[in-house]
Design a binder for this molecule. Sequence first.
Ligand code: PGA
Length: 222
Amino acid sequence: MKKLIVANWKMNPASLIGARKLFSSVKKTKAVICPPLAYLTEFNYKPLGAQNCHWQESGPYTGEVSPKMLKDLGVEYVIIGHSERRIYFKETDEIINKKLKAALKAGLKPILCIGEKTGENSEKVIINQLKEDLRGISKKDLPKVIIAYEPVWAIGTGDFCPADTAKKIRDFIRGKLNNKVLYGGSVNSKIAGDYTGVGFDGLLVGGASLDAQEFVKIVKNV
Ligand code: PGA
């Protein structure tokens, strides 16, 4: 099955010119590109993803964007519950659960990020996040949620979780849910194929997605 490679640009590149340049070098990959919201309408491209959304369709929520607004722009995927949102923006499992339901209702494909912090028990954290984040999602909608296993300590640190260790968590998740599972956390082109080799359905790539050459190699190597 075709692997799902997702580029999470986060709040990068710092300029529109930079974003256009990066886009022009990676558009042939056909990976899911998740640029900052401000650049979403710049690229006539499929598939696009957003990095976040609100849970309401509209209303007095200054600075927010609804799943339906994203859908209307032609966006297909949305990252929900990224650890940076959980940590810096205080997103709770309850908020993430509402966002997931709203994204599904709008017809977006949510990518739910889960994973432990340094020193935490990964299985315990994952069980709890899955239980809370997916609470009340219908049997029909549940398979549409893509899970991204992203150990927090591996994000942006260069300290990736080795594929054989990550595989244990992937298998643990698949023991609970039959959903697609991606790996994320300091992925680079040298190790990208290891994760898909042990059964991951794809990758969520942060830092390396900002380096066009490296990102193209990642897509080639899986
Ligand atoms: P990283 O980020 O590849 O820079 O570790 C991954 C992510 O945050 O999704």
